[in-house]
Write a protein that binds this ligand. Structure first.
Ligand code: SF4
Ligand code: SF4
Length: 151
C-alpha cells in the first residue's frame, strides 16, 4: 500500500493533538489560517512554540483540509520525528499505521519519503534560532520514547 492510502485508511489519528507549531510557521500562513490555528492553540514557550492540544481544526472528514496549501512542519514530517539533544538529531518513528508500515518495509515509496523528510528536517533545523533550538530541546518530541506515544 502506498503512503497516501495508509493515511487515508487511518483517518488522521496524528491530527488529534498534541500538534506543535512554531511561530515562524504561523507567519507563512495566510491571516485566515493563522487565526483559525491560534483560536485552538496555546502558547507553549515564550511565543516561539504553540501547541494544539486537541483535534486540529483542519481535520475534516478524517482528512487534512490544507494538505496542498501548507501544513505545519510537524505534520509534513509525521510519522518521523526527532529529538534535538545538544545539537544532535535522534530519529523516532511514531507507532501509527504508517510508521509501522515504514519500519516493516511494507509502505511503497517509504525509502524515498524517508530520505526527503530527513533532508527537510536537517535543512529546517539549520535555520532555527538558538531560542527555537532550545525550545525544541526542552520539549522533546511527543512521539519519542522520552516524550510519550501516539494517541
Ligand atoms: S501519519 Fe500515521 S497517524 Fe497520521 S494519518 Fe498517517 S497513518 Fe494515521
Ligand atoms: S494541518 Fe492537517 S495534517 Fe496537520 S494536524 Fe491539521 S489536519 Fe492534520
Amino acid at each position: 500500500m502506498n503512503i497516501s492510502a495508509i493515511c487515508q485508511a487511518c483517518g488522521g489519528r496524528c491530527c488529534q493533538g498534541p500538534i506543535f507549531l512554531r511561530a515562524r510557521e504561523m507567519e507563512t500562513f495566510g491571516e485566515e489560517k493563522k487565526a483559525r490555528f491560534l483560536e485552538h492553540a496555546q502558547v507553549l514557550t515564550a511565543g516561539s512554540t504553540y501547541v494544539l492540544p486537541k483535534t486540529c481544526p483542519y481535520l475534516e472528514g478524517g482528512r487534512c483540509a490544507v494538505w496542498h496549501e501548507g501544513r505545519p512542519f510537524d505534520c509534513t514530517i509525521f510519522p518521523l520525528s526527532f529529538d534535538l539533544v545538544e545539537g544532535e538529531l535522534h530519529w523516532h518513528m511514531a507507532p501509527c499505521p504508517l510508521g509501522e508500515a515504514i519500519l516493516a518495509g511494507t509502505a511503497e515509496d517509504a525509502g524515498a519519503w524517508l530520505d526527503k523528510t530527513k533532508r527537510l528536517i536537517i535543512d529546517q533545523v539549520r535555520t532555527w534560532t538558538p531560542t527555537e533550538r532550545a525550545d525544541y530541546e526542552g520539549l522533546s518530541s511527543p512521539w519519542s520514547p522520552r516524550g510519550g506515544g501516539v494517541g
